[in-house]
Design a protein around this ligand. Sequence first.
Ligand code: ADP
Length: 263
Amino acid sequence: DLETRVDVVSKDEIGSLAYAINDLAVDLQRYRDTRSEFFANISHELRTPMTYMEGYAKVVKEGLYQTEEERNQYLDIIYQESARLTHLIHDLFELSKMEEGKFSFNLEWIDLSEVIEQVTLKAGLKAKEKGLEISVDLQKDLPMIYADGLRMEQVFLNLIENAIRYSEKGTVFVQMKRSNSSEILINVEDTGIGIPQTELPYIFDRFYRVEKSRSRDFGGTGLGLAIVNRLVELQGGTIEVSSQVGHGTCFVLRFPLISKEEP
Ligand code: ADP
């Protein structure tokens, strides 16, 4: 409710002041809405794994299973859900540090090719397990960029793991090249399930998931892209996404090339 709203009658300075106050009131209300939505999301995300863990722990404790195999399956669920909880709490903590500006970057001159090669190596096993290929095409001898190597690793690991997670077949393409004199361009493209056009504007929002329950089955928290987006922005880059349902998704990242004299 906009209890701070004032009726505007005059067109003079007082009138414009009144307009400004009204705008502020709208902003404030929007802020309140997102904040309470955020807390509602957090409690839902925390409650869900807790409910599973509690339920299955009880089943195991009271011996309500037929076979050893069944018991192991329940223990597995408890383990997975606690791992998810740890992941979620870690992500939340990272995001809150970033939002509060308490997040420090360790900026240095880095070779992004090395970072990307490292990440694709790490993600390779997961891709192999799903029968997916990772194709890496990195232009040689690109200039170094001024960024935080570990944070960049986090960005690309997130994007590549998503590409693997949301693909059933095909190839994940990772490409890096100099697009013009002042920019490095990186594509992370998959041949996966895709994202509907109507959902694209929201996928960088905290806790946003396309088809909530399905993506939860994939093991995600809904925070990955929110973190990626902030990390890219805070390091001076941009990120864009395009997608076609049933064909695949492409993330395009751009980082400015700056001269070594003016980092
Ligand atoms: P999650 O942890 O659920 O994967 P993200 O913030 O990383 O959360 O992504 C948000 C949502 O965007 C995901 O739940 C998924 O629905 C969608 N998404 C992200 N990357 C892809 C992709 N490469 N292909 C299809 N859908 C994707």
